[in-house]
Design a protein around this ligand. Structure first.
Ligand code: NDP
Length: 256
C-alpha cells in the first residue's frame, strides 16, 4: 500500500536499530527516504537495500549535535527530493553510565548534546523547511520509557529523555497551528545494538529475571514495532494527535 507515495521522510540515527527499521517502514509505504547518521557505510548499504526493493532513498553523513551538519542534512533532503513531509529525530546514545559523583562533565555534555540539543537543532531546520513549503508535516521525536522513569547511573540519559517531553510539547504548541504535528514516541526495551550494549553492562541475569517480568507482554520489543508506531504518528491516521507522548513498551511503565 503506497499510502505515502511522493512524500519525503527524513530519519536520523538510521544506520542502526530503530532508525533503520523506520526508514524501511517508510519506504514500504512508498515514501522517499533520507537516512542520516555518522556512519556513512551503514547508510549506503541501507539505501542500496531500499532501492533493491523498488524504493527511493538517499544517505547523508550527519552529526546531529552540530548545527552546520544538521542544516546540511535538511538542505540535502530538499535538494534530493524537493520537499520534507515527515521527520523522525531518533539519533541517540546511552553514553557512559555512571553514578553522579563519578559522572564526568564531558560525558554529561556528550549525551545532552546528541539526545537533547540534537533534537532541538533538527526541529529548528526541519520546521523552517516545512514552514517555507507550506504543506504542513509531521515530526516524531524519539524519547524512551526513561522520559518518565529514572534509573541509577542513568542521570544524563534520563535527563536528556525527560527534556524531550518539554521540547516536544512546546514545539507542538508552536507548529501545530501551522499544520505541523509534533509528537514523542517512547520505546520500551527494544532489541537493537543499544539494547545489546546495555544488556552487556547490566548482565543477562538482571535483564531476564529483574526487568523482563515487569513487561506485561513478557518480551523485548522489535525495532519494526517501534517503526510501525512512528509511521502511524506521521500518517493521516493520527491527524488529531499532536504534543502527545506515545509509549510503546509492552506495558513496562504501568508496572509497580
Ligand atoms: P542504536 O545504537 O542501535 O542506534 C542509534 C543510532 O543513533 C545509530 O544509527 C547512530 O548512528 C545514531 N547516532 C548516535 N549519535 C549520533 C549523532 N551524533 N549524529 C547522528 N546520528 C547519531 O540504538 P536504538 O536504535 O536502540 O536507539 C534509537 C533511539 O531509540 C535512541 O534515541 C534511543 O535512546 C531510543 N530508545 C531505545 C531503546 C532500546 O531499548 N533500544 C529504548 C528506549 C529508547 P551512528 O553511530 O552511525 O552515528
Amino acid at each position: 500500500m503506497n499510502t505515502m507515495k511522493n512524500k519525503v521522510a527524513l530519519i536520523t540515527g538510521a544506520s542502526s536499530g530503530i532508525g533503520k527499521s523506520t526508514a524501511e517502514a517508510f519506504a514500504a509505504k512508498g515514501a522517499n527516504v533520507v537516512v542520516a547518521a555518522r556512519r556513512k557505510e551503514e547508510l549506503d548499504s541501507l539505501v542500496a537495500s531500499i532501492e533493491a526493493n523498488g524504493g527511493k532513498a538517499s544517505a547523508i553523513k550527519t552529526d546531529v549535535s552540530n548545527a552546520k551538519s544538521v542544516e546540511q542534512m535538511v538542505a540535502h533532503t530538499i535538494k534530493e527530493f524537493g520537499r520534507l513531509d515527515y521527520a523522525v529525530n531518533n539519533a541517540g546514545i546511552e553514553g557512559k553510565l555512571s553514578g553522579i559523583t563519578d559522572l564526568l562533565e564531558e560525558d554529561w555534555d556528550q549525551v545532552l548534546d546528541i539526545n537533547l540539543k540534537g533534537v532541538f537543532l533538527c526541529m529548528k531546520y526541519q520546521a523552517k523547511a516545512m514552514l517555507n513549503a507550506g504543506n504542513g508535516g509531521a515530526i516524531v521525536n524519539i524519547g524512551s520509557v526513561n522520559s518518565f522513569l529514572g534509573f541509577p547511573t542513568g542521570s544524563a540519559y534520563v535527563t536528556s529523555k525527560h527534556g524531550l517531553v518539554g521540547l516536544t510539547t512546546s514545539v507542538s504548541a508552536e507548529l501545530a497551528p501551522q499544520g505541523i504535528r509534533v509528537n514523542l514516541l517512547c520505546p520500551g526495551i527494544t532489541d537493537t545494538p543499544m539494547h545489546q550494549r546495555l544488556r552487556g553492562i547490566v548482565g543477562d541475569d538482571l535483564y531476564d529475571k529483574g526487568l523482563l517480568p515487569t513487561v506485561h507482554l513478557q518480551r523485548v520489543g522489535r525495532p519494526e514495532e517501534m517503526a510501525n508506531a512512528i509511521v502511524f504518528l506521521c500518517s493521516d491516521a493520527s491527524s488529531y494527535i499532536s504534543g502527545s507522548t506515545l509509549t510503546v513498551d509492552g506495558g513496562l511503565t504501568l508496572t509497580m
